[in-house]
Design a protein around this ligand. Structure first.
Ligand code: 2PG
Ligand code: MG
Length: 441
């Protein structure tokens, strides 16, 4: 490895997939090598997340990032100059210390995560390796099982339906590329179905079809039918994955499903989701309860955690201490890993490691506001996360990530082992899909 001392940092404003300002950071090393990364942005956010620094005021709905960029070009650049880019932990600790707040609100999570990821890119480039290989070292890697949205909802579709993500996973596929092929067919079939029903109204924030449904459950029915229409078997070849994002419609144990015209308490919501688990080929559920409903999470996981992956997102906010607490209380059996929730690459890795130590499923995830930045594709492979969630199968800020994993899979050739069913150890076929041909168990 060559000398990788940081010579300069430059922050610039670029634009995300919702047409909003965001932070890009470019790090240049003394050896002339550079690395670049862009901060993503969430819409449905946990209260425990790192906070982005936005200007407020009238311009761009108050979302401009000139203050965050001033932090990158001023204090952050001064603090990191002459530091070793290979020392990611030291860089990230310096960023956290420089900010000095528990949620990075002074410098901004957007400034910090873009800097942290840009340093990582520069270090990998300096080592002469692709990022995924730099992260994995000499160890073996597995291609992640993709989790791909077919219908958008919740905060990503003006709350047209309450549930946020209706996704598919293809664990019986033989490779990452085959999983994308199957998903492409499901996505096409879902579009055809919407067109036939006169419900095709464009796409939501992450590229899934706009959810012009009369109830939340109708989306599940449509998704199951779209899978069947391709000739693939629901629950055998292709499973359904839901992000309920319940913090968006529930608090203090009361959940209002606006589309269904009902308010449920925790026990009733758990019952409703249980009925969905019985009736549809659901392999994974994210944030089934609101972030403030820890007893609900425990109850849900106690009841259904032996047959379905149960992911904490807003509930765990990519925080290692929260993951450890959830592991000892049995509140979930999987954790979503979003680098910008944690704020730095090192903290995201710590949360992932805590999840692995607990035997959890681990899913590296994009945000609803994204760009051409493909860092998370490399993290999912290089960290052996097992699963990758990026949004839908349209819009280039999503496809850029899927396509990057295809390139990695091609580079690995025969060594590209696909995670498949091994990524979903908690799933057990329910009555409707028993007899499942689980090829990769
Ligand atoms: C989520 C993400 C991605 P957002 O809730 O998992 O779907 O959404 O980035 O808006 O938090
Ligand atoms: Mg989520």
């Amino acid at each position: 490895m060559t000398d990788a001392t940081i010579a300069n940092l430059h922050g610039r404003r670029v634009w995300d997939s919702r047409g909003r300002p965001t932070v890009e950071v470019e790090v240049t090393l003394a050896n002339g090598v550079s690395g670049r990364a862009i901060a993503p942005a969430g819409a449905s956010m946990g209260t425990g997340e790192a906070v982005d620094l936005r200007d407020g005021g009238n311009a761009f709905g108050g979302l401009d990032v000139t203050n965050a960029l001033a932090g990158v070009n001023g204090p952050i650049a001064s603090a990191l100059r002459a530091k070793d880019a290979y020392d990611q932990a030291g860089i990230d600790a310096a960023l956290v210390e420089l900010d000095g707040t528990p949620n990075l609100s002074r410098l901004g999570g957007n400034a910090v995560v873009a800097t942290s990821m840009a340093v990582l890119h520069a270090a990998a480039a300096s080592s002469g390796q692709p990022l995924w290989r730099y992260l994995a070292g000499d160890g073996p890697v597995r291609m992640p099982l993709p989790e791909i949205q077919i219908f958008g909802g919740g905060a990503h579709a003006a709350r047209r339906v309450d549930v946020q993500d209706f996704m598919v996973m293809c664990p019986s596929a033989g490779s990452f590329s085959e999983a994308l092929e199957w998903t492409a067919e499901v996505y096409r079939a879902a579009g055809a179905l919407m067109k036939q029903a006169d419900k095709l109204q464009g796409v939501a924030d992450e590229g899934g079809y706009w959810p012009a449904f009369d109830s939340n459950e109708e989306a599940l029915e449509a998704l199951t039918r779209a899978i069947s229409d391709t000739g693939l078997r629901p629950g055998k070849d292709v499973g359904i994955s839901l992000d309920i994002a319940a913090s968006e419609f529930g608090r203090d144990g009361r959940y209002t499903l606006a589309l269904d015209g009902r308010t449920l308490d925790t026990a009733q919501l758990i019952d409703m989701l249980g009925r969905w688990l019985d009736a549809y080929p659901i392999v994974s559920i994210e944030d089934p309860l609101a972030e403030d409903d820890e007893p609900g999470f425990r109850q849900f996981t106690q009841t259904y955690g032996s047959r379905c992956q149960i992911i904490g997102d807003d509930f765990l906010v990519t925080n290692a201490a929260r993951v450890e607490a959830a592991a000892s209380s049995g509140a979930v059996n999987a954790v979503l890993i979003k680098p910008n929730q944690a704020g730095t690459v090192s903290e995201a890795l710590a949360a992932l490691r805590a999840g692995k130590k607990a035997g959890f499923g681990t899913i590296v995830s994009a945000r609803s506001g994204e760009t051409e930045d493909v860092t998370i594709a490399h993290l999912a492979v290089g960290w052996n996360a097992g699963q990758l969630k990026v949004g839908s199968f349209s819009r280039s800020e999503r496809m850029a990530k899927w396509n990057e994993v295809l390139r990695i899979e091609e580079a690995l050739g025969k060594q590209a082992l696909f995670s498949g069913w091994a990524a979903l150890p908690f799933y057990r076929a329910s009555a409707i899909d028993s007899g499942s041909a689980r090829r990769q168990c």
